[in-house]
Design a protein around this ligand. Structure first.
Ligand code: HEM
Length: 250
């Protein structure tokens, strides 16, 4: 009877535990780790010295991976992110609860985790379309590390895209806040998922640590956004870059 039942179960039901663990893991590593690195690199726009110079240097270091960069990005970031997001939507729309995690917490955070996941999904699609080379075929992908003459335009093109319209910076602010909340609250729930914080007291302690982490990462993200919003695109400060050239080499 039990054998018959297990035969009639689909792949998702049979491996439900493993799939949920992979969902949790993918949110932490690589997606969560990438988010932290990404926001730290962006925050280098705030470092003193020639405006945008440190940001340019940080992005140059990433692009030094050369032909390895694209496969690393696709396999190491986009595929795990797509897996996490698609399964996230499946969890949301099939209303699978994780009441265990929220037994001692609030229902509000349970709802916020799902809401911020959906906001993050929309924001990430918009952001990738607007800046990443993947969006180039669809009229986006306008971040350019160098222009055609080889001049450094990383900070400049980012600032131009953020300053293009008055609504772009607020959209980024909402996207950053939602995504960082999702990660910080997700770290808190994942500590329960992985059996690390079991007692209510330990979970409370982890709650304080995750809140502090979330606030610090939000400040870093919003600080970077403000740096690009205030970047003087008229002064062409980065290696004599032209403000008119956004469609350039990536
Ligand atoms: C930068 C993007 C993202 C990061 C860093 C991230 C990270 C995380 C983490 C760490 C968790 C906790 C896993 C656990 O409780 O064990 C989580 C949970 C969750 N994520 Fe994401 N996530 C991201 C994007 C998304 C997107 C786009 C969706 C799509 C809706 C989504 C939906 C969910 C859902 C529904 C949960 C709760 C799962 C549950 O109840 O067990 N996430 N995420």
């Amino acid at each position: 009877m039990a054998e018959q039942q297990s035969e009639s179960l689909g792949f998702g039901d049979k491996h439900y535990f493993l799939i949920r663990r992979l969902h949790s893991l993918s949110g932490l590593v690589p997606v969560g780790v990438f988010l932290c690195i990404h926001l730290m690199v962006n925050a280098s726009i705030l470092l003193p010295g020639e405006p945008g110079h440190e940001f340019q240097k940080a992005v140059e270091r990433i692009h030094a991976l050369g032909p390895v960069l694209k496969p690393v990005e696709i396999l190491g970031i986009f595929v795990p992110l797509a897996f996490h997001a698609l399964l996230g939507f499946q969890i949301i729309f099939s209303s699978q609860s994780n009441a265990q995690q929220y037994r001692y917490g609030s229902n509000i955070r349970y709802t916020l985790q799902r809401g911020t996941g959906m906001i993050a999904a929309v924001f990430i699609v918009y952001h990738v379309w607007q800046m990443h080379w993947l969006g180039a075929r669809l009229g986006g992908g306008e971040f350019a590390l160098h222009d055609e003459a080889g001049r450094a335009t990383g900070a400049l093109t980012t600032a131009m895209l953020i300053q293009q319209s008055v609504w772009i910076a607020p959209v980024y602010a909402v996207g950053v806040i939602a995504t960082v909340f999702h990660l910080a609250n997700g770290i808190w729930t994942s500590l329960i998922t992985w059996g690390i914080t079991i007692r209510p007291k330990t979970q409370r302690g982890a709650g304080y640590a995750c809140t502090a982490f979330g606030i610090a990462l939000t400040l870093l993200g919003l600080g970077a956004l403000n740096g690009f919003k205030r970047f003087d695109i008229q002064s062409r400060p980065v290696a004599g870059a032209e403000t008119s050239s956004t469609h350039a080499t990536h």
